[in-house]
Design a protein around this ligand. Structure first.
Ligand code: NDP
Length: 290
């Protein structure tokens, strides 16, 4: 069976894992990276490293981009746009939906097709079918290359709007980074009292594991715009998060993150939601502070 050859541009931890997965599956892999030495191990495993980005673009129709952000993509590709014609750029670089839509139009102007991707897995999950990547952009291009893209992870095609995959990715990151930082904050507060991360871990994990049940309970109410204070009142919530802020500051720990939460809760109280649920804050979030 013919394995589609691929070009991979960008060899951070993600690009290197992707190139490795393709080599493992017997694909011909061409790589290019600003810092060429990051390809050394891949070349030893059979990848072809080109001296120039033009050569890397010229060899294969399918070009996978794995860069820090879209500015890095323009830094690499803007000087060589004449080499883009006929290429399918699978951009697994994360950035905003707006940037993805602009990039799709930019690619089209240069005769290329742009598929947006949002990889929902760390490097260790690359090559595993149970990992998942959001895709959006032209359906024909996605379908033509889906089998090859499934080497990276499972695929979840969201639609033709190039911004959709980026959007779906960013809403996950919205939760991921704030949850990760709030967990790190909890470790810092515990540590300030001589309580180790290992001691706190099972309890933090139990709290995080309870979140899906809360979300499942609240999601229909959020969808209906119905925010009764029958199980939680915002006035309770504001007192609770105020305790979190003071527990941190009393321990000499930075409280920027819980203070930001408190600020949003207070705006909800000011908007008259004291007797409504925490979920009424969605009305506050829809009217950003100036
Ligand atoms: P890195 O930021 O480590 O990858 C950086 C790559 O971008 C390198 O190849 C680097 O080249 C290149 N690069 C950055 N700036 C420029 C520039 N101005 N000009 C040329 N090349 C540039 O990222 P990762 O590999 O970790 O991730 C890649 C993408 O995948 C990111 O968008 C990330 O958000 C996303 N992602 C990452 C995950 C992870 O766990 N790491 C998980 C899910 C998604 P050089 O080597 O020369 O510096």
């Amino acid at each position: 069976q013919h394995q589609q050859p691929v070009t991979i541009v960008g060899l951070g931890p993600m690009g290197r894992a992707m190139a490795g997965a393709y080599l493992d599956r017997g694909h011909q892999v061409t790589v290019w990276n600003r810092t060429p030495s990051k390809a050394d191990d891949l070349v030893a495993r059979g990848a072809t490293r080109t001296a120039t980005i033009e050569e890397a673009l010229g060899i294969n129709e399918l070009v996978i981009l794995s860069l820090t952000d879209y500015d890095a993509m323009y830094a690499i590709l803007e000087p060589v746009t004449s080499a883009l014609s006929g290429r399918v750029l699978v951009n697994l670089t994360s950035d905003t939906p707006l940037k993805a839509r602009e990039a799709a139009a930019w690619a089209e102007r240069h005769g290329a097709v742009h598929l947006t991707g949002g990889v929902q897995s760390p490097p260790s999950g690359i090559g595993a079918p149970e990992s998942s990547t959001f895709y959006s952009g032209p359906a024909e291009a996605f379908e033509a290359h889906a089998e090859t893209l499934q080497v990276i992870s499972g695929t979840d095609y969201r639609g033709t709007d190039p911004g959709l995959a980026a959007l779906m990715y960013q809403v996950q990151m919205d939760v991921f980074w704030t949850a990760m930082l709030s967990s790190l904050h909890a470790f810092a507060v515990a540590d300030a009292h001589g309580i180790t991360a290992e001691d706190v871990l099972p309890h933090l994990s139990a709290t995080l594991a309870s979140v899906p049940d809360f979300l499942a309970f609240y999601a229909p109410r959020i969808a209906e715009g119905h925010h009764p204070g029958d199980v939680d009142r915002l006035a309770m919530g504001v007192a609770s998060i105020d305790h979190v802020v003071h527990t941190a500051t009393d321990a000499g720990v930075d409280a920027t993150l819980p203070a930001a939460v408190l600020e949003v809760f207070r705006r909800g109280i000011a908007a008259g939601h004291a007797d409504d649920s925490f979920t009424s804050l969605i009305e506050v979030l829809r009217k950003p502070a100036g």
